[in-house]
Ligand binder design. Structure first.
Ligand SMILES: Cc1cc2nc3c(=O)[nH]c(=O)nc-3n(C[C@H](O)[C@H](O)[C@H](O)COP(=O)(O)OP(=O)(O)OC[C@H]3O[C@@H](n4cnc5c(N)ncnc54)[C@H](O)[C@@H]3O)c2cc1C
Ligand code: HEM
Length: 397
């Protein structure tokens, strides 16, 4: 239990944290991986290089310190982080390690300000937050273990199908080796995949959105080959080495981004491989005979990178749902554009949207989602009706 004095002291350190910025979490991670190198088998070390995870952790700690007298305002963030943690099978004992390195980081970076009083208040405050996560994560582990077809931790699955969806995206279909049922999930949720690529020194865990409706027997994910200056470890390994018949471990479905049935119009907005949760939502809407208007808006580079086009086209035609796509790079000379395809960036003035009602689900690169969200806000769509998923460490749009 935090005293008024603990709360006052933690809040008084907010300016110090803000002045330190991500240098604090940078130091923290370096320290932690030096002393506990085994954690490199849990964390995505590529996200360490890109700096996105350092920022996500820094923002979470700063938000906690600012709102320590009213942590109810952090409930959405807690839910998102706890879900993410469960896809790595984070355990209560891990919180002791993280807490230790966090306190030592503050001591090392702020030797003058980190008095006994500050140490005591921050140690207690960390303990309170850790318990919030530990409790929620245990509840999620139990819920999944107790649901039909559910499990806790890793479960062995076999690849039963591998399908090329477009130039860069390939789907993988998994069935459990034990041949038992698999738990249902909410459309929009993801699974954790754990394996040891021969291209990495570590075990790697990544999240992939389930890309079709739940069916109790199989899971399908659809993976984009990440070809930046440095080739993505897991995505390239899956594309190049994982074949039908191969085995890998999956963590149960998780995530706080999913379709919520309010019997209102639904607008699905994606770019690139952000299409995957939208496919799960679309297929679920079909399976449940959704009676409200659905709009499916997608942006990608060109026709070759347009995943799930014919599937989406046929569903939308059949149900009279709006389907519109933007190709950023245009089409080769001589090719004609389809009726519902435009060139350039996604532009909501080219479609008719249920602006005053309904929910808007977004997924794609951060810059795309920023751009799409801003357009929606300019059109007076209220913020609470805009939902989004980040394919990486979370960032606020
Ligand atoms: C909730 C969620 C759902 C997701 N759903 C999907 C999905 O449905 N489909 C999908 O394809 N992906 C999805 N992702 C993304 C996926 O989890 C992986 O992040 C993605 O496949 C890349 O992983 P990787 O191992 O191939 O790349 P990584 O090795 O993790 O690299 C990621 C990026 O970092 C760069 N990088 C690596 N090392 C360095 C370095 N030293 N310096 C600078 N840059 C570096 C790489 O070039 C690459 O661009 C999802 C992510 C989340 C969090
Ligand atoms: C109170 C303590 C903690 C806080 C505030 C915290 C905060 C966060 C945040 C903000 C994220 C990003 C979430 C997102 O992308 O949506 C995250 C992800 C993660 N956390 Fe924690 N965390 C804590 C404890 C732990 C512990 C104990 C572990 C295990 C050692 C852990 C392992 C991870 C991992 C592996 C990720 C994903 C990293 C990635 O994808 O690069 N966290 N955490």
């Amino acid at each position: 239990m935090l005293t008024t004095q603990d709360i006052r002291i933690v809040k008084s350190t907010v300016p110090l944290l803000e002045a330190g910025g991500t240098a604090i979490t940078d130091h923290f991670y370096q320290r932690m991986f030096n002393h506990n190198p085994e954690l490199q088998d849990i964390f995505n070390m590529s996200n360490q290089h890109t700096g996105r995870q350092k920022l996500a952790l820094f923002e979470a700690i700063a938000a906690y310190a600012k709102n320590i007298d009213n942590i109810a305002v952090l409930k959405h963030a807690v839910e998102r982080i706890a879900n993410k943690h469960t896809s790595f099978h984070i355990q209560p004992k891990d919180y002791d390690i993280v807490g230790h390195h966090l306190i030592e980081t503050l001591r090392e970076l702020l030797p003058e300000q980190f008095t006994e009083e500050v140490e005591s208040a921050w140690t207690k405050a960390y303990g309170v937050l850790a318990n919030v996560f530990i409790d929620r994560e245990e509840q999620l582990y139990q819920d999944r273990e107790n649901s039909k077809g559910g499990w806790r931790g890793k479960r062995a699955f076999a690849v039963v199908d591998k399908i090329q969806e477009s130039e860069l995206v390939t789907s993988f279909v998994f069935e459990p080796v034990d041949q038992q049922a698999v738990m249902d999930y909410q459309p929009g949720q993801y699974i954790g995949i754990e394996l040891k690529p021969n291209t990495s020194n570590h075990i790697e865990i990544r999240q992939y959105s389930l890309s079709t409706a739940a069916n109790g027997k199989q899971y399908r994910i659809s993976v984009k080959r990440e070809q930046g200056q440095i080739q993505g470890l897991m995505s390239n390994y899956l594309h190049d080495h994982i074949q039908v018949g191969d085995l890998l471990d999956l963590h149960p479905p998780a995530g706080d981004f999913y379709f919520i049935d309010k019997q209102q119009p639904v607008v699905l907005i994606s770019a690139g491989v952000g299409v995957t949760p939208m496919q799960a939502i679309l297929d679920t809407l079909v399976a449940q005979g959704y009676q409200q208007q659905v709009s499916y808006l997608h942006a990608c580079e060109n026709a070759k990178q347009h995943s799930f086009n014919s599937h989406t086209q046929s569903i939308c035609q059949q149900h009279g749902w709006q389907h519109f796509t933007w190709y950023n790079q245009g089409v080769p000379a001589g090719d004609t554009l389809g009726e519902n395809i435009a060139i350039g960036f996604m532009d909501f003035s080219q479609v008719s949207l249920p602006l005053s009602q309904g929910d808007f689900y977004l997924c794609g690169p951060l810059a795309f989602m920023d751009f799409a969200k801003q357009q929606l806000l300019n059109l007076d769509v209220s913020e609470e009706r805009i939902h989004y998923e980040v394919f990486g460490p979370h960032a606020n749009l």
